[in-house]
Design a protein around this ligand. Sequence first.
Ligand SMILES: [Zn+2]
Length: 496
Amino acid sequence: MEGWEAFANSLAVNPAVLTQQNRGRRSLTRGSTVAPHCTYFFDDVYYHPLDCGLQIWEGSNSLCILHDPDPNKDVDLFNETLEKKIQQIEKNPSIEEIILAGVVFPATNPLKDEASLRGMSFRKAVDFSSVKFRGFANFEGTQFGDRAVFSFTKFDRGVAFDKAEFVGRAVFDHTEFSSQAYFRGVRFAREAHFESVKFRGFAAFPSAEFEGNTDFSNADFGEDAQFVRSKFQSGGTFSGAQFRAGANFSYAVVGKTLEYRGTSFPPLHSDTEIEFHFLTFQAPQALRFEDVDLSRVSFIGTDLTQVHLVGCRWPSKTERRFWPVPLWSQQRLVVYDELILEERDVKGKMPKVTLPLVADLYRQLRINLEASRQEIEAGDFYIGQMEMRRRDTSYPLIYRLLLACYRAVADYGESYWKPFAWYALILTPLFALAYWALGTVAYANGFFSALTAGVLFREVPEGVVAWEKMLVYFNMIADIFLLGLTLVALRRRFRR
Ligand SMILES: [Zn+2]
């Protein structure tokens, strides 16, 4: 014992301390720095795993301040550490990408010191995969010089990317925006990926510029989505996306294509609208709808002859018709804009919707659908176009009265059986009755005369007075007119 103690004394170290030091030294042989490392380990499906490399901070047993999930951690230290890390990587030519995967931004006061990367510029690619922003995230005017990845990133509060510029590819797939997301005037110089993104708050992309391919497929818009005046210069898709509230694409510019395949828009009985007003197309058939419910979609001012429409569902409208039976009603397909004209509360929101503009939509739709052989829809929209004219008081009264007759007799030439029914069931018995009542002929002869008046140029019976002659001529003209209408409608049907 004495020898051991003497040896220990000669080293001037307490044996207990010695064993502690040995333990410390053993742990040092594993790490490369003096203090222990953050144990955060990120294994992403797209990228190689990440080992953090920062030291554990005093508030945690195993993590650095960047990866510590505590939302109330030391904000100043967090910002300082983050800034230092970014600057070091930017200066180091051997590192290509700023990887911030898994970082948890503290829940700071959104009004004071938000997680602000405002006006910053990243020269290198930056990876925010699976980052959690516990507070408001401000990227206003931020420049992303290369690729920017926000895959699986969670924004718990609002986020602003207003006037930010993405020079490289922008990846926001599976990103969750729990509150408002502002992308006003943002510029995406290359592809913008927003696949399966979730917006739980307002999604604002007004005047956004999408210069590369833009992919919002399977995106989920929980609140209003604003794309007013945005520019889709290359291909854009919202296929499989879900719009649970309203959306506005008015005044958007479509360069190549903008596609909505299987997109879910609000149903007829909801109180929100999807607006595609006054869009500009730089290529034919640029706007594409396939298998979409257009019950609440308004198209005022947009040239629908240039829109690709396949398998779309239109709202229908039931109208009271007083002929031939009281309470007779008829259904036809309409555009939502016609329904707006009748819903005063909606009309207040959309003063742009007027009778002539809706008539124009119908005209364009008819041309479009006839060209793509969707005859039934085309016929209904032709009726819609005529209906708008009949109601429009800027047309002369006589023209509108003629349209009303044409509608009653033949649905503006779309029905072939209606004029025939007028001829066979109403006018012929009436004229027969008249001939018989006047004593001109027996009823059976009168019926035969009335039935064949338009078919054969019958001779007027001898000895009848002038106004009886008039009756015969009137019968003739009415029959020729009605049979003519039947033939016109039949020809129209078979030509299509
Ligand atoms: Zn870490």
